[in-house]
Design a protein around this ligand. Structure first.
Ligand SMILES: [Fe+2]
Length: 206
């Protein structure tokens, strides 16, 4: 039988220093190489446990296993999306959205500034460890914001994530200490709108 696939830590598409000063090289290394890697390893460990239980024909605790799997896979996928929707400030990062995503945001939120304020408020008010994500609902054809707690709570099934920001303390503490608000402000300088627009157009098949 073909070897089953496992989760893999994706390489960053830019250098570890590319997002500085908004995210320092030291922080990005730690965040990607240690924290993201831990979720990949955590998810794979559950898969191995499940595979072993099947091979040995033994039971395992589904409640504990699937809770842990959801947490780790959520962490892996959200981080993968996060790295890709960031880019060097002044190169592909920052500025204002254009194209389809700009239209989608304007239609739903009235203006980019209104959206930016709401998204920032979502990110800064996420309880404990979590994320803010701009998603899209194909039933209502509206962008909808998710305020994700941990990596897997308050997720809307099937909603595609267009843009996400990690607001776990590990995402900013080294550079900003406890000032999450400053990190969220800095995030706008490194948003890769080309990628966010591509995700939107891919979803709408434009
Ligand atoms: Fe993170």
């Amino acid at each position: 039988m073909e070897t089953k696939k496992m989760y893999i830590l994706p390489d960053l598409k830019y250098g570890y220093d590319a997002l500085a000063p908004h995210i320092s090289e030291e922080l990005l290394r730690l965040h990607h190489d240690k924290h993201h890697a831990a979720y990949v390893n955590g998810a794979n460990a559950i898969l191995v446990k499940m595979d072993k239980a099947r091979t040995d024909n033994t039971d395992f605790d589904p409640k504990a296993a699937f809770k842990e799997l959801s947490f780790n896979v959520g962490g892996h996928l959200l981080h993968s999306l996060f790295w890709k929707n960031l880019a060097r400030a002044g190169k592909d990062g920052g500025g204002k959205p254009s194209g389809t995503i700009a239209k989608v945001i304007d239609e739903e939120y009235g203006s980019f500034d209104r959206f930016r304020k709401l998204f920032s408020q979502t990110a800064t008010s996420t309880e404990g460890s979590g994320w803010a994500a701009l998603t899209f609902c194909m039933e209502t054809m509206r962008p909808i914001i998710m305020q994700v707690e941990k990596h897997n709570t308050n997720i809307y099934p099937m909603f595609r994530i267009l843009m996400v920001i990690d607001v776990w303390e590990h995402a900013y503490y080294l550079d900003y200490k406890n000032e999450r608000v400053k990190f969220v402000e800095a995030f706008w300088n490194i948003v890769n709108w080309t990628e966010v627009n591509k995700r939107t157009e891919d979803l709408l098949k434009l």
